[in-house]
Design a protein around this ligand. Structure first.
Ligand code: SAH
Ligand code: SF4
Ligand code: F3S
Length: 439
């Protein structure tokens, strides 16, 4: 069909997407938008005028599921308000709880797991035509590699692999996203070249365990070095690294390429060997310490951030203290701290949980310690010069941007998005650096 005949087509159906969860889900929402737009559906930002409401859900912790379930429940009225409205629940929670969702919410018309988006336009067409309900949660080797989402802005993500084979005993991801598989380097390179042509300057290579990237002869460090050569690309990052798979060649690539930002997100999860073993993380405290040492020897100003889970089943107070000890010793620039959430179907689900009170108390203590560490680290940046890529306006004619270490910076001046310039840090407000533009 030609472009013209498309645009004259009578009122295309309008869809609205609400996305919960991680960057993988956000990236999937962009893929779905592209699939639907290629099939004459129209993406809108206000659900009031939409014909289709898509909720892309997360399952990683109970809290994430409760939010998504609450959101679905709240759509009954939206669905009843007009005839012919379609509610679609997709993503990781749809994969895990498809039958529960359809049983509890009669107004949900479409349920799709993460590997079933390719047929979303076709399914919606069938639902509008025949009012049937469709549920599809088969996991396969889908990569959506040929679908190049429309993008705009200064920063964006490109998925280089999907799934995870690590089976950390607490984690639902391998069950809802399936086995690990990687996109071809050629496809990735062509998507990145398109992104650079659309003026995207800061690109993050994305996957649940990017260091496990493997396609033909290409491994992760090879891909990273290759992408870093892209003309016009300003900054390159990657997310998330599993400590067991972050190799010397990748650290060297970060050290040797100006475009690759010196930022490592290295989830520690626990600072105690017994707990790490129970979590099936496949590294020890000593290995992690040596890895950080290797990074800092090669790249002294590297930013290192982490994820930590507190209150894993059978974690003792002493073992929790070991995690705190590691946090202070490593001096993470930032840490995402989570209370353990049992996920049905995972190995750890069978372990006896600690009491609610103990978990809550540990989380509270670790948050307060980490806040002090992070504020202290940020304060050390006062007076230092940092390279900032400006992304867009902030309040009161100021402009926000990011350092190479992914820290948020505000400069009290109007600066065009996409400008790369040095700043001097003057002050720290919460986690944000307030800085002055260097002329
Ligand atoms: N693939 C990435 C991130 C996966 S999910 C990695 O391995 O690092 C992001 C974070 O959520 C994890 O790092 C972990 O800290 C946390 N998480 C995963 N499952 C969890 C659970 N059941 N309870 C609490 N936190 C969890
Ligand atoms: Fe989950 Fe572990 Fe895979 Fe990360 S590496 S997604 S925590 S199983
Ligand atoms: Fe991401 Fe949540 Fe799924 S963290 S992979 S959206 S379970």
């Amino acid at each position: 069909m030609s472009k013209e005949s498309k645009s004259y087509k009578n009122s295309p159906k309008k869809f609205f997407i609400k996305t919960f969860g991680c960057q993988m889900n956000k990236n999937d929402s962009s893929i779905i938008t592209t699939i639907l737009e290629n099939n004459d559906y129209k993406c809108i930002q206000d659900h009031c005028c939409a014909d289709i409401y898509i909720i892309n859900t997360c399952s990683v912790r109970e809290h994430a599921e409760r939010r998504a379930l609450g959101h679905i429940a709240s759509l009954k009225k939206w669905s009843d308000d007009k005839e012919e409205r379609v509610v679609a629940v997709i993503g990781c929670m749809a994969q895990r709880l498809a039958s529960e969702i359809t049983r509890r919410y009669a107004f949900v018309d479409l349920v799709l797991g993460p590997d079933s988006y390719r047929k979303i336009a076709e399914f919606l067409g069938q639902i509008f035509d025949t009012k049937t309900r469709i549920i599809e949660t088969k996991l396969d080797d889908e990569l959506y590699g040929d679908i190049c989402p429309n993008r705009s802005g200064i920063t964006d993500f490109v998925s280089i692999m999907r799934g995870c084979d690590n089976f950390c005993t607490y984690c639902i991801v391998p069950y809802v996203r399936g086995r690990v598989r990687s996109r071809s380097a050629t496809e990735i390179m062509s998507e990145i070249q398109n992104m650079v042509r659309s003026d995207i300057k800061d690109i993050t290579l994305l996957g649940q365990n990017v260091n496990a990237y493997s396609y033909g002869n290409a491994d992760f460090s090879g891909l990273l070095n290759r992408v870093a050569q892209t003309p016009g690309l300003v900054r390159l990052r990657f997310l998330t690294s599993h400590p067991k798979d972050l190799d010397e060649a990748t650290i060297n690539a970060v050290r040797d390429n100006d475009k690759i930002c010196e930022w490592f997100h290295l989830p520690l999860q626990s600072g105690c060997d017994r707990v790490l073993h129970l979590m099936n993380r496949k590294y020890t405290k000593k290995y992690f310490q040596e890895l950080v040492q290797r990074i800092r020897q090669n790249i002294p100003d590297a930013t290192i951030t982490t994820d930590i889970i507190v209150g894993f089943p059978s974690e003792t107070e002493e073992e929790f203290q070991e995690t705190i000890g590691m946090m202070t010793e490593i001096d993470f620039d930032n840490a995402y701290l989570y209370r353990y959430s049992p996920r049905q179907g995972t190995k750890a689900f069978k372990y006896e949980s600690l009491s609610e009170q103990v978990i809550k108390d540990r989380l509270k203590r670790i948050i307060s310690i980490q806040n002090k560490i992070a504020v202290n680290k940020a304060r050390q940046m006062i007076g230092q010069k940092h390279e900032v890529l400006f992304e867009g306006p902030a309040q009161n004619n100021a402009t926000r941007g990011k350092t190479r270490g992914n820290m948020e910076v505000i400069v009290d001046k109007e600066i065009a998005p996409g400008v790369l310039n040095d700043v001097i840090v003057k002050e720290v407000r919460g986690r944000t650096l307030i800085a002055e533009f260097v002329k």
